[in-house]
Design a protein around this ligand. Structure first.
Ligand code: 5CA
Ligand code: ZN
Length: 494
């Protein structure tokens, strides 16, 4: 039913991802990018609703095993500078507050780039004995990073508005490692609910979080063939505990350093949902997090005799009431606009299901369902509307997931050769890395890693963790030096 003017405004996605992304943020009213500070943007009401639904889910998951806290945004310079490796990693990214009014501050204050150095001095006073452990807290806050790479809405921000950071302290390394597993399971569940497929890898040492013993990362594949890091889990070990002197008294009465982890997710998770599922008509939202799950559009042509307008509107209102009662986020669009204009708007906003009811449907006691993910149209008896909506939403949720997962798996390219790579092969692999993830063997020397990154113009993500994504062998010969090597994933990244 789309008119010419409407179809002209579809947005090609394939081959034009960057333009598509920016245009969608505007047209679907997710983010306004016109704020006059680089890397800093404004959430529109609709975008903020989506963000809040996603973060409510995240909160619910977090609350099961953590307690929510809120620490200050300002960090005194001497605390921020305490952990040597940590500050080396962050010092080029810190925003500073140096004045109060016209007075120079005695101690400059940093805007948190992340909160280890705000939280751990307080952990030192909170933790006394083994009974205080494990300590597991999280907060959802804004953080600031002076990013020098190309900034991008929701993806590379100077003000991250929705930084979920968890910080945990444990009696020993084994407990901390157990917490890493809990965090992995939690993030899996979260991204599964968003229908966002991922790979999990252990970052190479040269790319781990500053101050961590090791870093595990969740990466997803974006439509332009680059991967995006959507979450990280760090095993910190005792390094911060030693720096900030966080000790507890064990059973025997002697003092021990705690063992720590931290893990974080930002609004990149929203960026992933938008980027991966959307199409040339706009957003395609997973029902679980869609601000509106069902939109009801009355098909009436006002003013025409026998339009049955009154009955149609009544039937629409009844369906709306039933859906609301059943706990489904529904919207009845009874505005004066033409149906075509309504279709266009709600398709752009990614509403998973549209119900149309016109006079002819009413005569058959039925309505029409139109799915956003595949535009499939079916007639449904009116009295079955609620159970059929529930069933359809579940179907949409899992079919979006299937499609996205397939696209990821299809774009993991396994290297065929097993000897040291030739110049031609490197060139071929570089091509492959432009369209996804290359899987190959690499030893753990940083030199081989850097060498490979140069040849492929891509980054080593690290060794994959997830069994299902593992190909038959996990050991082979290094593509650079032929020594014994582990499987790694390599990709161009955001
Ligand atoms: N303290 C740790 C764990 S909370 C930490 O800061 N880890 S991090 O640096 O890896 O950040 C956590 C996640 O935030 C990253 O995995 C990435 O998905 C996201 N992120 C990092 N920098 C930015 C940025 N500038 N804009 C948007 N998201 C970002
Ligand atoms: Zn090697």
């Amino acid at each position: 039913m789309q008119t010419k003017t409407e179809s002209k405004t579809t947005l090609p996605k394939e081959g034009h991802f960057s333009e598509w992304y920016n245009e969608i943020l505007k047209r679907a009213e997710i983010l306004d990018i016109r704020y006059p500070v680089k890397g800093v943007y404004v959430w529109y009401p609709y975008g903020f609703k989506l963000r809040n639904l996603i973060y409510t889910t995240l909160r619910t998951f977090m609350d099961k095993e953590h307690e929510e806290v809120l620490f200050p945004m300002l960090i005194p310079k001497d605390e921020l500078m305490k952990e040597e490796e940590h500050i080396k990693g962050f010092e080029e990214e810190v925003f500073w507050v140096t004045k109060g009014g016209t007075t120079e501050l005695d101690i400059p204050l940093a805007l948190r780039p992340t909160s280890e150095t705000a939280i751990y001095p307080v952990f030192k006073v909170w933790i006394r004995s083994h009974r205080d452990l494990p300590l597991r807290v999280y907060q959802i806050v804004n953080t600031f990073r002076y990013e020098t790479k190309h900034t991008r809405p929701l993806i590379r921000l100077r003000e991250i508005t929705s930084f979920k950071e968890a910080h945990t302290a444990h009696a020993n390394l084994a407990d901390a490692e157990e917490q890493v597993k809990i965090a992995i399971a939690l993030y899996r569940k979260f991204f599964d609910l968003l229908d966002v497929p991922y790979i999990i890898t252990r970052r190479p040492d040269w790319d781990k979080f500053p101050g961590a013993a090791y870093t595990l990362a969740f990466d997803t594949l974006m439509p332009d063939g680059r991967t995006m890091q959507i979450g990280t889990i760090h095993l910190l070990g005792e390094s911060f505990a030693r720096t900030f002197d966080i000790k507890y008294e064990d059973n025997a009465g002697s003092l021990q350093y705690v063992n720590q982890t931290c893990y974080g997710i930002s609004e990149r998770c929203v960026a992933a949902v938008i980027s991966i599922h959307g199409d040339e008509h706009g957003l395609v939202l997973p029902p679980e997090v869609s601000p509106i799950q069902v939109v009801i559009v009355p098909i009436v042509f006002s003013g025409k005799a026998e339009s049955g307008e009154g009955e149609v509107k009544k039937a629409c209102a009844a369906v709306y009431e039933d859906l609301e009662t059943a706990g489904i986020r529904a919207f009845l669009d009874d505005s004066e606009e033409r149906p075509g204009a309504k279709y266009y708007r709600w398709e752009m906003k990614g509403v998973p299901l549209r119900i149309e009811i016109g006079p002819r449907d009413l005569r058959n006691n039925s309505c029409e369902f139109v799915r956003r993910d595949n535009f499939q149209r079916v007639h449904v008896p009116l009295h079955d509307a609620v159970p059929e909506v529930k069933r359809t939403l579940e179907e949409v949720q899992s079919s979006i997931h299937g499609r996205a997962k397939e696209a990821l798996v299809a774009n993991i390219h396994e290297r065929v050769g097993s000897d040291a790579g030739t110049v031609e092969e490197m060139r071929a692999l570089k091509n492959k890395a432009e369209h996804g993830i290359v899987s190959l063997f690499l030893c753990d020397s940083a030199r081989c890693g850097k060498d490979l990154e140069e040849h492929l113009d891509a980054s080593v993500l690290g060794e994959p963790l997830h069994e299902a994504e593992m190909r038959d062998k996990s050991e082979g010969k290094c593509i650079i030096c032929s020594r014994k090597a582990r499987r790694v994933y390599v990709a161009r990244t955001y």
